[in-house]
Design a protein around this ligand. Structure first.
Ligand code: CU
Length: 135
């Protein structure tokens, strides 16, 4: 099929209008950026290993990025310990002696959060404290 020059002009104008409409409307075509949520879901978890032993967490300070899933892998190298966040909505986990337990959550607000041992593990139990810094 042959298209005369008037027809080609109409096609060019139509294509230009379509392109402008897609860009202005933020259509999910290749011209628009992905939303932050889409990007975050494509990133794998921030995996952090913590050793629990009488009577400390190593490291005792953990830094993570906001809105990216976190997986804490806590290993107890001696007796039963646990991890509990005092100011963050993360379920308490018991970490049996010699075992590794994973705690997963998404930190959705920057800040400094406290965690502590959740199982009475001896005379130094109250000093088993740590900080999670979300930035
Ligand atoms: Cu303890």
């Amino acid at each position: 099929m042959r298209v005369n020059s008037a027809g080609r002009g109409i096609i060019v104008v139509f294509a230009a209008l379509l392109l402008v409409t897609m860009v202005l409307s933020g259509s999910s075509c290749i011209f628009s950026p992905q939303s932050a949520r889409q990007v975050a879901s494509g990133i794998s978890a921030q995996r952090i290993q913590i050793t629990a032993r009488s009577w400390e967490f190593i490291p005792k300070e953990v830094r993570v990025r906001v809105n990216i899933p976190v997986e804490l892998q806590i290993t107890s190298v001696d007796v039963d310990h646990g991890i509990e966040f005092t100011d963050l909505d993360v379920p308490l986990e018991r970490v049996p002696a010699g075992r590794t337990v994973s705690v997963r959550f998404i930190p959705d607000k920057p800040g400094i959060y406290h965690f502590r041992c959740a199982v009475v593990c001896g005379t130094g139990h109250d000093q088993m404290l740590g900080l999670l810094i979300v930035e």
